[in-house]
Design a protein around this ligand. Structure first.
Ligand code: SAM
Length: 230
């Protein structure tokens, strides 16, 4: 029997939640949430009345052992994050590993996550890709970017609006300004926008149109032609 469910929640549009996700949230003994206020709103919207307990990155290490003890005693729990799939650039991995190592079962429901629609909307190859999450802000940033210079797969990054321009410029420098890319913002929300172009085009575009909201940046891998140009 499953002791811990990971339940994906909407990344914007409240309707993007599965029937099964709602069923599981209604059935568990407790819902572990990254932010109990955010999740509280979702639960209220769907009239789900289960105890909420906070589980966030700052207390993840400390909390894991206590949770394992409670699961051993038979409590069934769901872990949710503020948006999307727990464990994807969100807390989750440490708990999943610990629960598995304790010999109990984990089940992650399929559901919303920002990188899949961003990738598919990009018009860049979807057959092979690498999810890079957030780049380090300072230390290790250039090393990470340089490590991707020969990457042939489509690359996916989570990015904040105020850092997008810097990232585009650093990518243009490292990968060349002609490299194709796509910026998806506010996926599933009112102001959703997917803009595709070369890194140089995107730099020009976002100089004219300062960006707000949540962003996924998708970048083409190095192609055979680009390799032979070098
Ligand atoms: N767990 C989430 C998932 O499954 O995608 C990711 C959580 S991470 C803390 C938040 C980042 O995801 C944002 O900074 C942005 O890069 C991306 N993101 C989340 N929702 C988004 C949306 N509606 N549109 C575009 N990007 C989004």
């Amino acid at each position: 029997t499953v002791q811990l469910f990971l339940v994906p929640t909407p990344i914007g549009n409240l309707k993007d939640i599965t029937f099964r996700a709602l069923e599981v949230l209604k059935s568990v003994d407790v819902i572990l949430a990254e932010d109990t206020r955010t999740t509280g709103k979702l639960l209220k919207h769907y009239q789900i009345n289960r105890p909420l307990q906070s589980y966030h990155i700052f207390n993840e290490h400390k909390t894991v052992e206590k949770i394992i003890e409670r699961l051993r005693k038979g409590e069934v729990m769901a872990l949710v994050s503020d948006a999307g799939t727990p464990g994807i650039s969100d807390p989750g991995f440490l708990l999943v590993r610990a629960v598995k190592e304790a010999g109990m079962e984990v089940n992650c429901l399929p559901g919303p996550t920002a990188f899949v629609p961003a990738l598919v909307n990009s018009g860049l190859p979807t057959d092979r890709f690498t999810f890079e999450g957030f780049l380090p802000h300072k230390k290790g940033r250039q090393t990470r970017i340089q490590g991707l210079v020969g990457e042939t797969r489509t690359m996916i990054f989570y990015e904040s609006p105020h850092r997008l321009m810097k990232t585009l410029e650093q990518f243009a420098e490292a990968f060349g300004p002609a490299r194709m890319a796509s910026v998806s913002r506010e996926l599933s929300k009112l102001f959703e926008e997917n803009i595709r172009g070369s890194l140089a085009d995107l730099i020009l575009y976002y100089q004219e149109h300062p960006i707000k909201g949540e962003i996924v940046l998708v970048v083409e891998g190095i192609t055979g032609r680009q390799i032979s140009d070098k």
